[in-house]
Design a protein around this ligand. Structure first.
Ligand code: GAL
Length: 755
């Protein structure tokens, strides 16, 4: 469909805006290595390369000769996913073709010209909320162009791309989870003409790879969605400037139907986690090793490593030697086989080496605490050890070698409680008079509880809500919501209006901000330090843009590859997820900003997400779906956390006092502020309903503040609960303490000017 004059004008203006915005971003955010600075851009380009996973290579990569680059995705590159986690106003994007051109790659000019012209004539449709296209229609390449290119070179590179995004899952259809007809036709046409064909996958989460059996690829490189520097990273990898070191954060099945969750995607109202603890590689390594195309933790390099390891009781000692011809990095992975009804392998530790030069080596120790060997015993409500264990060390779950077998005597390592609403705590925060400000608390002149005891009912109630709607005028432009000092009265008490912005791929607001690589890509780096550096960059941009809290990291497990938001999440494995989420939180905190890990919990599907019920066993909750959050909360102490939309075993997350007050707060020691996902569903328990029920459950703030319940933007209901004696003033003051404790680090000491 030819572009109209209007579209051309709009396109040109957009291009100009991004050029100006890019320059402005560099001016505004440059200085130091925030985004928009050469250092920041170099970091994001390196990060986008570190998460790429090389699945096949017959030495065709790195490319040293002229090649023909096919596939419209070279121009219409997917930099991130759609929705709150990807709609970042990036100052620029480097598509795969532009990255290669900038790197002076020896490209076939006739093919390049074809795609430049096609992309200008038929631009990809930009999707809206929940209606984005899974892929862009792939044009047929004229025979004469194929022939001309084949005369220039025997090497072709084909890019296949997929969108992903919020509020919509992939479909089991062509062009979504499966190849489209146009893509298949392109692969057929290219394979006929070229001896060597390299496949690049620019995808947000795993798609069907069974087509790899239909074609012969000299190399397969998964680029994922690499953020604004995606093209530069692709060029660095293809041309050998960077040696691939990414590892799969999800096992790749032979086909969709082999997945343990294929039969349990769920009905609109209910998702039964019947695979229980046997998710992903836990299933395949135990029951179906022959149904794995590429194992969890797998990834090739341009060099070769020799890994040796031994178990010293309490730690693994490793040596990684580079026996190849180029410098590279390896990921040492430690797996355990626990006794009894347990998966054949579980990841319990990993370490990514520094770059090791040819002939060089890295030695080190990976500590292993006893809790890593424990299984959850639902009868005892405890993590316990006891029996025979086997330890494996290697560079993917399948090839890891057994390094030790040993027995542990029966012992409870951690005694917990049933996941049920805990008994109400005795709270007593009696009212007191006074006119202190939160700055006085900051200065240590008055305690936080005493300050809360001075607050009147209106202030206490207002602290339990956001400032009603998204893009609140109280916060930075384009914010997701504001909480804390949402009324003049609270601001007069020195409570700042706290701006919350999305998301896992960078700051989503009405100002240019860096678009970082997707979480799935970053997970495949297996590099905690990298995550910390990338999110520290985002934290520095937050400081300059006026955002206090980043609604990230997204850390729900990849339970099904169809989940539209997998690009925002890390992996099928809880340990990898928890460690990388903690690294991201540390990065955000390092810049004075706050993180808000999400969505707590079991939000593993987008379809009907705000009403569906995730039904699963206590053991699956403890060993998988809570485990990542537990690691993140205990190791990085986030001050905020967001509940999920869905129900868990029949109770909406924003009312789930068993998980929020029982597990998160009481067991894990979380003392921060829990916010809902945006808006909430009607609900009641006993005499409490809606917001009173939520506050009693330990979910402090309704975001953005208005409710599905109210007409338009309004809130209320707590004073009524107080009047009826259902909710106590002590509980409301305790709620305020939890909110203000999380906000306190933002208090600058100057009184807020009442706006
Ligand atoms: C929701 C999303 C959350 C958060 C929120 C604010 O739709 O599930 O992760 O991004 O929007 O924009």
């Amino acid at each position: 469909m030819p572009r109209t004059v209007r579209q051309r004008i709009v396109g040109a203006l957009a291009k100009m805006y991004f050029k100006v915005a890019g320059r402005r971003l560099r001016q505004e955010l440059g200085g130091g290595d925030a985004g928009g600075s050469p250092q920041g851009e170099a970091l994001l380009r390196r990060a986008a390369a570190e998460g790429a996973v090389l699945l096949e290579n017959d030495k065709t990569l790195p490319l040293t000769r002229k090649f023909a680059l096919f596939g419209r995705t070279q121009k219409d590159t997917f930099y991130s996913g759609y929705g709150s986690g990807g709609d970042v106003l990036s100052p620029y994007h480097v598509c795969i073709l532009d990255g290669l051109i900038a790197a002076n790659a020896p490209l076939s000019e006739c093919v390049r010209a074809f795609y430049e012209d096609f992309s200008a004539r038929e631009p990809a449709r930009k999707g809206g909320w929940g209606d984005w296209d899974f892929s862009n229609p792939e044009p047929a390449v004229p025979e004469e162009i194929l022939n001309r290119a084949a005369e220039e070179t025997d090497t072709a590179v084909v890019v296949i791309g997929r969108a992903s995004g919020e509020d919509r899952d992939l479909e089991l259809e062509e062009g979504s989870y499966f190849l489209s007809r146009g893509e298949r036709a392109l692969l057929c046409a290219v394979e006929k003409k070229f001896q060597r064909v390299v496949l690049l996958l620019n995808i947000g989460g795993l798609i069907d790879l069974s087509f790899l059996d239909e074609f012969h690829f000299s190399a397969v490189l998964v680029l994922w969605q690499g953020g604004m520097e995606a093209g530069g990273a692709a060029a660095d990898l293809l041309l050998g400037k960077v040696c691939p070191s990414g590892k799969l954060a999800d096992a790749v099945p032979m086909s969709y139907s082999d997945l343990p969750t294929a039969a349990y995607y769920g009905s609109p109202a209910r998702v039964e986690y019947k695979e229980d603890i046997y998710l992903g590689y836990r299933h395949f390594e135990t029951f179906a090793q022959d149904r794995v195309r590429y194992p969890f933790g797998f990834g090739l390099s341009y060099t070769a490593f020799l890994v040796t390891a031994r178990y010293l009781g309490g730690a693994v000692e490793y040596c990684v030697r580079n026996v190849g011809t180029t410098s590279g990095r390896e990921v040492v992975q430690v797996y355990v086989q626990k006794p009894g009804d347990s998966p054949a392998r579980e990841l319990i530790a990993f370490h990514k080496t520094a770059p090791i030069p040819p002939g060089g080596e890295e030695r080190g120790r990976i500590p292993l605490e006893k809790r890593l060997f424990a299984s959850y015993d639902a009868a005892l409500h405890a993590f316990a050890v006891g029996g025979d264990y086997a330890l494996y060390v290697g560079t993917d779950v399948r090839s890891a070698d057994m390094v030790s077998t040993f027995s542990l005597k029966r012992e409870i390592v951690e005694q917990l409680s049933p996941i049920a609403p805990p008994p109400l705590e005795e709270i007593s925060i009696p009212a007191r008079t006074g006119s202190h400000t939160l700055s006085d608390v900051k200065r240590g002149e008055i305690g936080l509880e005493e300050f809360c005891a001075e607050l009147g009912l209106d202030d206490l109630e207002a602290l339990a809500y956001g400032a009603l709607k998204m893009d609140s005028p109280l916060g930075a432009p384009g914010n997701a919501g504001v909480m804390g000092g949402v009324t003049p009265s609270l601001r007069a008490r020195g409570v700042p209006a706290v701006t919350m912005t999305d998301g896992p791929s960078g700051i989503r607001m009405r100002a240019p901000c860096s678009l970082i690589p997707s979480a799935t890509l970053l997970a495949c780096s297996f590099d905690e330090e990298l995550l910390t550096s990338v999110y520290a960059l985002v934290g520095r941009e937050m400081a300059k843009r006026g955002s206090h809290v980043l609604l990230a990291p997204g850390m729900n497990l990849h339970r099904t590859p169809l989940c539209g938001r997998n690009f925002e999440y890390f992996s099928e494995d809880p340990l990898l997820t928890g460690k990388l989420a903690a690294a991201a939180v540390r990065g955000i905190h390092s810049s004075g900003a706050a993180a808000c890990p999400k969505h707590f919990c079991c939000n593993n599907r987008e379809f009907n997400r705000s009403r569906s019920d995730s039904v699963l066993s206590e053991r699956a909750l403890r060993e998988l779906y809570l485990a990542g959050f537990e690691i993140c909360v205990k190791e990085s102490r986030p001050r905020f956390l967001m509940t999920s939309y869905n129900k868990i075993n029949g109770v909406y997350a924003h009312y789930h006092e068993a998980l929020v007050r029982g597990v998160l707060r009481r067991e894990w020691g979380f003392e921060g502020c829990v916010v809902t996902d945006w808006w909430m569903r009607r609900g009641k328990r006993g005499g409490l309903k809606n917001n009173a029920y939520r506050v009693r459950a330990g979910v402090n703030v309704l975001m953005p503040g208005g409710t599905y319940i109210g007409k338009g933007y309004q809130y209320g209901g707590l004073k009524g609960a107080l009047r009826r004696g259902r909710l106590t003033q002590d509980e409301l003051r305790k709620n305020a303490c939890e909110v203000l404790r999380a906000i306190l680090p933002f208090v600058t000491g100057e009184e807020d000017v009442v706006r």
